[in-house]
Ligand binder design. Structure first.
Ligand code: SAM
Length: 282
């Protein structure tokens, strides 16, 4: 299916591009929450499904397999991610749309309302998502479902140490705002109350995955490699000078080695995620 473009189609000015290859390095750990989210979607056979922040498309294509009769749309603001998604979609099962979530209009995208709007590991990158969520929910067809999953780990050592290292870096002033921007995830009860107030049936929960990451001797710390594909991008976007970036990474990696020690089995990297599934009455 032909793709369509809506609104500004660009990452924030200072963000580095998404790298599908780096992101895909931990695909197993990253895909499990998606499957657990989808398993709780109560809408039985949706006809129209949208994946907001579809990334490299593998999981979106899974939605097309799960609901073969559905028209599935994948929306993302990253040209790199969408290029990967389009390349994977050899049978043209999904309509890929280049748009920021902030600019995407669920009402103008087609002739009928969506039955399922899913957003996995994306809304933490959309600081206004709490304000936008009611409109996304309201735009759903009767009986439709809004399902989202976001990391809820901004106080975990991986993120706390990133902020601490940033605060003592010579470019501290420039790093503060980009790192703050990624702290947009609210408490579970905030999402639940927002959607319950709109009359939704809400199923919300938090899970901490005790992830074991392989840690080869001499290789970079695996938590550094993990965040390099996601949470560290705002830092990398500011530190474009090689020496400044290297100094940050060396300091940060030293801290990670202490917080997440390498052991015989690898590195234990607990990761908390928040899930919200909101169903509109039929
Ligand atoms: C961590 S990836 C998740 C991708 C996919 N949902 C998954 O679970 O594998 C986050 C995705 O959000 C996209 N993204 C970030 N900010 C966005 C925005 N404002 N609007 C739309 N997509 C955005 C990125 O391009 C990236 O593909």
């Amino acid at each position: 299916m032909a793709g369509q473009e809506q609104g500004a189609f660009a990452a924030g000015v200072r963000d580095v591009a998404w790298d599908p290859k780096q992101y895909g390095r931990f695909a197993d750990h990253r895909s499990r929450p998606f499957h657990e989210l989808v398993a709780r979607i109560p809408t039985p056979s949706p006809r129209r499904v949208v994946d907001l922040g579809c990334g490299p498309g593998e999981l979106t294509l899974g939605l097309a397999e799960r609901w073969p009769e559905a028209r599935v749309v994948g929306v993302d603001s990253s040209p790199e991610m969408l290029a990967e998604a389009r390349a994977r979609d050899t049978e043209g099962r999904v309509e890929w749309v280049g748009s920021r979530a902030e600019d995407w209009d669920p009402v103008v995208t087609g002739d009928a309302a969506f039955d399922v709007l899913i957003s996995n590991a994306t809304l933490q990158w959309v600081p206004t998502h709490l304000r936008l969520s009611p409109a996304w929910f309201e735009a759903l067809a009767a009986g439709g479902t809004f399902a989202m999953q976001v990391p809820a780990n901004f106080d975990a050592p991986s993120h706390r140490l990133m902020r601490e290292v940033a605060a003592r870096h010579p470019r501290a002033d420039d790093l503060e705002e980009p790192l703050d921007r990624t702290r947009s995830v609210a408490l579970p009860e905030t999402y639940a109350a927002l959607l319950l107030d709109l009359g939704a049936d809400v199923d919300a929960w938090q899970t901490t995955y005790l992830q074991v990451l392989a840690a080869e001797e001499g290789a970079p710390h695996p938590v550094l490699e993990w965040v390099r594909g996601t949470g560290l991008r705002p830092v990398l976007g500011v530190l474009t000078d090689e020496a400044e970036r290297a100094a940050f990474l060396a300091d940060y990696e030293r801290e990670l080695e202490v917080a997440y020690p390498r052991r015989g089995f690898g590195v234990l990297f607990p990761f908390t995620r928040l899930f919200v599934v909101a169903r509109k009455s039929a």
